[in-house]
Every structure is written in structure tokens, then in C-alpha cells.
Design a protein around this ligand. Structure first.
Ligand code: 1GP
Length: 245
């Protein structure tokens, strides 16, 4: 089964949780163990990516280590065309819709597309929208982050992505954001689009995950909590429980 099909099928029954692991933050073997632990706690897929320091080798080693440990999909969450691993199951083929630079709108994608086709990784078309504060990814991606009170702007970007034919929308507050994407923005976007909505950035506890789900998120992504927590069962475990309940 293709990864997008797996996601859509699962979404018919439940909301999903995805664990983001940055290949630059730990040795590949540890990343594999993290993925394994997250999988045991019920996460639905592993996303691999980071804003800085991600090399092709780190990406390859990390993904190989994960693929040896988990059966759930391992999806590349790319920053640029220069670190794409042929060992992944899929790649979010995304455009940073509110970037000021064509580099992140379509040029990196132009460079990456022939390679993705050649190695046969499944591209999953996604509209990526950075919301304030946007953190590192907003900076690196030269985003004009959507102000937190400009709900209509987020809705407009999300609808534009759907009309372009993208299959998923990702509202991103940025990794480590002090606050997640506002609930009002999540619910406004959700009520206008008919494709699944991913929400991430700054979700560190079950309450925040529950808010995102209640507001209409179909998929919740957490990254920082997995890197920082010394008790994954109590941190990530509770978040996944909140997503599934
Ligand atoms: C970042 O949305 C993800 O791209 C995850 O954010 O690291 O804040 O969980 P956190």
C-alpha cells in the first residue's frame, strides 16, 4: 500500500500522530531506537527532517536505522533537494506557500523531482504554511509567516493549495514554537478545506494535542518533545493517547 493511501485509510477511522525526528540531533542508531519507541507508543508514521545540518549521509544512515526497527512509514520532511534519501518510503513533496523566495516555492522541488522519480520514493504533494512565529524553518525558508490573527490568510493559502491539487495541508508554527498554531486558525482552515489537515510546532503536552484535534487537526506532529523527554511514555505516550481519544 502506498503511504498516502495508508494515511487516508487510517484517517477514515481515527486521527493520526506523526513523530518528527531530526537526523542532525542524534546518532543514527539512537534515531532508530527513538522511532521504535514512538512506534510502540502508537505513532502512525515517522517524519525525518530538520532545518539545519542535515546531510545526505545523516539522512541515509538515520532512515536505514529506522527501517530496520519499524514497520510504519518513514517519510522525508525535506528542507532542500540536497538531502533526500532513497531508503525512505515517501517524501512530503511540499511547497512553502508563504515563502518570499521561489527557491522554496518550486526551485528546490524542480531539482529534487527527477531524483525522486529515478529512485522511486513516493511523493506526497503538500501545501506547507508557516504561521507566526515560524521559528527556524520560517527564517531559513524565507517565509512571511502568517500573523496569528490573520485567519483569512491561512484559509486562503490552504484553499489555494487544495485547488492546486495538493493532497495535504500543513499548518506549521515552527519547531519549538512557544505556542502552537491558534485553535481558531485550525478550525477555520479545517472548515474550508476538504483534504486532511496537519498541525505542528509547539505541541508539547496532551492538552495542546487535544486542542489541535478538537479544533479540527487530522494529523498532529510532535518533534521537540521526543528529543527532550526522558520519559517518552509519559510525554509522547500521553500526546498520542490524546490524539487517539
Ligand atoms: C516542526 O511541526 C514540527 O516542523 C514539530 O514541532 O518540534 O515543536 O514539536 P515541535
Amino acid at each position: 500500500m502506498k503511504v498516502l493511501e495508508y494515511i487516508l485509510k487510517k484517517l477514515e477511522k481515527e486521527r493520526l500522530h506523526m513523530t518528527l525526528i531530526d537526523p542532525d540531533k542524534q546518532p543514527a542508531e539512537d534515531a532508530g531506537k527513538l522511532a521504535e519507541n514512538a512506534c510502540k507508543l502508537g505513532t502512525d508514521a515517522i517524519m525525518v527532517g530538520g532545518s539545519t545540518g542535515v546531510t545526505q549521509k545523516k539522512m541515509d544512515d538515520t532512515i536505514i536505522s529506522m527501517k530496520n526497527k519499524v514497520k510504519i512509514p518513514v517519510i522525508i520532511f525535506p528542507t532542500s533537494a540536497s538531502a533526500i534519501s532513497a531508503y525512505a518510503d515517501a517524501i512530503y513533496f511540499m511547497s512553502l506557500l508563504n515563502s518570499k523566495s521561489p527557491v522554496f516555492l518550486v526551485r528546490q522541488q524542480m531539482i529534487a523531482a527527477p531524483y525522486i522519480k529515478k529512485v522511486g520514493i513516493e511523493p506526497i504533494p503538500m501545501g506547507y504554511i508557516v504561521i507566526e512565529p515560524g521559528m527556524k524553518v520560517g527564517e531559513i525558508g524565507m517565509a512571511e509567516p502568517v500573523p496569528r490573527d490573520k485567519i483569512d490568510m491561512a484559509v486562503g493559502y490552504a484553499l489555494a493549495a487544495e485547488f492546486f491539487g495538493m493532497k495535504l495541508i500543513y499548518l506549521e508554527a515552527g519547531s519549538g514554537a512557544p505556542e502552537p498554531v491558534p485553535d481558531t486558525m485550525v478550525s477555520a482552515v479545517k472548515s474550508e478545506i476538504s483534504i486532511p489537515l496537519i498541525v505542528g510546532g509547539g505541541i508539547r503536552n496532551a492538552g495542546a494535542a487535544e486542542n489541535a484535534i478538537r479544533s479540527g487537526a487530522d494529523i498532529v506532529v510532535t518533534g521537540t518533545i521526543v528529543e527532550e523527554s526522558e520519559d517518552l511514555e509519559n510525554s509522547l505516550g500521553k500526546i498520542i493517547e490524546a490524539v487517539k481519544s
